[in-house]
Design a protein around this ligand. Sequence first.
Ligand SMILES: Cc1cc2nc3c(=O)[nH]c(=O)nc-3n(C[C@H](O)[C@H](O)[C@H](O)COP(=O)(O)OP(=O)(O)OC[C@H]3O[C@@H](n4cnc5c(N)ncnc54)[C@H](O)[C@@H]3O)c2cc1C
Length: 335
Amino acid sequence: MPVHMKKTGIIIEFKNGAVKDASYGMIACARNGGGDSLYAFVINEDAQVHKEALEAHGIHNIVDICLPEIGTCKESGSQAGWNPVIWSQAVMEAMQIHGISELFGLTTPMGRELLPRIAAKLDAPLVMDCIEVNCSEGIVQNYLYSGKTLATIKVKGDIRIYGIRPNVIEPAPAPVSASMFTVTYSNAHKNEPDCGKITLLESRPGDNSDGDLLEADVIISGGRGMQNGENFKLLHQCARYLGAKVGASRVAVDLGWVPYSMQVGQTGEKVSPRVYIACGLSGSVQHFAGMKMSGMIIAINNNPNAAIMANCDYFIEGDLFDVIPALTEALSKAK
Ligand SMILES: Cc1cc2nc3c(=O)[nH]c(=O)nc-3n(C[C@H](O)[C@H](O)[C@H](O)COP(=O)(O)OP(=O)(O)OC[C@H]3O[C@@H](n4cnc5c(N)ncnc54)[C@H](O)[C@@H]3O)c2cc1C
């Protein structure tokens, strides 16, 4: 092994028992300008099950982080045993054992809990919501000021930590074979000052029955033009044929039409789907702050002068109550 080989740890996230696509994108990102030796941190999951998938994406080492004293999730879903204090300490232990100098996680609810804790403990620089990382130079890019400014940031330090915006980087398979390691978070840590200060009492699915916007490939969103919550059914029907998730503007949320978990924008979710369909929303700066990284933006609006019409790839000028049902019908026939 070369003397200066850099070791990169990557916190892998899972959904329904599979590695999230956004995690594969993050692995591709970690390979950009670095990635000499990539370590996938698999926490509270059966790492062996995911070995092949991780190897296919260029992971050289898989670290199975076991948390015996808080139970495993193998029987009861990936959120079982979730405890940000213990999980972040276990990741730090794995980093120390394997000499990790660079850590990647996703800017997701889980990453937002773990990465700042680890950065604070290790006194390491952290940049969240990165859309690009050059590991060899320690240079990252992310949006600031509600997306008005694209910042290029130089990160210095012996240990550097990056939070990656989900889905902005395409997965890029690069098969290798991986070694397996196990790190068992020790009971000895139980008496450390901040260990166990948090106990998760209950975890319930959120109020967005449609699922997670952050990792959606296609999102169809509604704004004030939807007129009421009942009309969002039109978007859900269309979404079924598109394989899309349904989002909303803040107005639609503030008016109580749909839950907060569906809000896209500066004060909602920051999403990066391949396709974003904006229905009856004007395209305010604050809404754009949450969806401007979409691969393609399609607007449906009856006002040709709405801001969204000048800031999209394609638009349909028309009444959404005509356009959406026609689109749904056409899609249903095409299936
Ligand atoms: C600090 C701060 C944070 C904010 N954060 C967010 C945020 O995170 N997300 C967010 O979305 N907003 C946010 N906002 C609010 C934002 O400024 C806008 O008020 C909001 O985005 C507008 O929502 P809208 O586009 O649904 O409504 P409107 O601006 O009222 O637009 C409605 C659009 O629907 C069109 N329309 C109406 N009827 C039809 C029809 N039948 N067919 C087709 N088109 C139709 C109209 O032409 C119009 O363009 C924030 C504001 C502030 C001050």
